[in-house]
Design a protein around this ligand. Structure first.
Ligand SMILES: *Cc1c(COP(=O)(O)O)cnc(C)c1O
Length: 353
């Protein structure tokens, strides 16, 4: 605390990202990064563009990238927004679309950045409990609200919602914005982007950090009706004119263009996820049904804390959440390569013996 701080800073409790350990020999399965590198085309484009042009500012509007994304999703360019990671899109959404005189609704167990944005932008919120199977029960959201946001699949549970359920929510909630955070959509979940032309209050965010192996470049995007996107542009242009640097813009374009590499990696991750689920279930774990590149699991006898510590002792780092209480026995494991999953399973077998 300092006498120079503004009032808001003193009260802020920031988001804590998963650890990025200095010890590179650890098997890092804690922050849902992709185990495969970006497409070789992306790397070549970065190298080709590492030159004197970096003295120039990037295109402030990322026109070429937005055009490509619009074509890719069959939308108009006015329905596309790009940002410095999808976290930045989310921040602008909370600030510009969810701050209302009624509370924004989100699950009690979800991406823990949402309550932090609410604090930062002084947005009122109400958390809705997951059901006893850790599912988001969308019927519980049909109450007065200033907006609704949840990830699909949800994090850290990994459980997806069907497009049919999302459409039913949209058709019953037309007076506020509904945000679907699709950070993990690439691993087998249907995107709500197809519904954008039908529902003007829908906004969908996506990330290049998980499925597209570009967490290090910080690229995200949002899709919605032109009027919602205009709100985000107003905030962006009142905050930072150049959020996406030159190399990030060309990396994103190159990644979108290399569809085969991207889909191949996502399929490998899904295959390794299925393997890991089967193996863990055979040794006494309950694994929530995942549509993401991670699983959320607890053992029927050993505590989450014990398993977490033992894994760490064996140089494997996963994620565990102390609160809320009902998930404190779970660990979240990022899906790696098949080899990494073999390595993990053989250590876990010893730990729970
Ligand atoms: C990883 C993640 C994000 C943010 O991704 P970036 O594009 O890297 O900022 C957003 N939402 C959820 C649920 C995530 O897990």
């Amino acid at each position: 605390m300092s006498k120079y701080w503004g009032d808001i800073v003193e009260k802020l409790i920031p988001y804590t990202p998963g650890e990025q350990p200095k010890d590179l020999s650890l098997l890092k399965l804690n922050t849902n990064e992709n185990p495969y590198g970006p497409s070789p085309n992306v790397l070549n484009e970065i190298k080709r563009n590492c030159n004197d042009s970096l003295r120039l500012y990037p295109d402030p509007e990322s026109i070429k990238l937005k055009k490509l994304l619009a074509e890719h999703h069959n939308l108009s360019m006015e329905s596309v927004f790009v940002s410095n990671g999808s976290d930045e899109s989310l921040a602008f959404i909370f600030q510009g679309l969810l701050k209302k005189d009624k509370p924004v609704l989100f699950p009690d167990i979800t991406y823990s950045f949402y309550p932090v944005y609410c604090q930062l932008y002084e947005v009122e919120y109400k958390q809705i409990s997951l059901d006893q199977n850790f599912n988001i029960s969308l019927d519980d959201y049909l109450i007065e609200n200033g907006g609704i946001i949840f990830p699909n699949p949800n994090a850290p549970t990994g459980i997806p919602k069907s497009l049919k359920d999302i459409e039913s929510l949209l058709s019953n909630n037309k007076n506020s914005v509904i945000v679907i955070d699709e950070a993990y959509v690439d691993f087998g979940t249907s995107s709500a982007i197809k519904l954008i032309n039908k529902y003007e209050n829908l906004i969908v965010t996506q990330s290049f950090s998980k499925g597209r192996s570009l967490a290090g470049m910080r690229i995200g995007c949002a899709f919605g009706s032109p009027s919602l996107i205009e709100a985000l542009n107003r905030i962006k242009n009142s905050f930072n004119s150049y959020p996406i640097d030159r190399l990030a813009q060309i990396s994103a374009m190159s990644s979108i263009t290399d569809k085969i590499y991207f889909e191949g990696n996502c399929n490998k991750v899904i295959e390794a996820r299925v393997y890991l689920e089967e193996q863990l279930e055979s040794i006494g774990f309950e694994v929530l049904p995942s549509g993401a590149n991670f699983i959320f699991t607890q053992h029927k006898q050993k505590s989450g804390e014990y398993i977490y510590d033992q894994l760490r002792h064996n140089k494997i780092i996963v994620r565990r959440f102390n609160s809320p209480e009902k998930i404190s026995n779970f660990i979240r494991i990022t899906i790696g390569t098949m080899n990494q999953m073999h390595q993990l399973v053989s250590i876990v077998r010893e730990i729970v013996k």
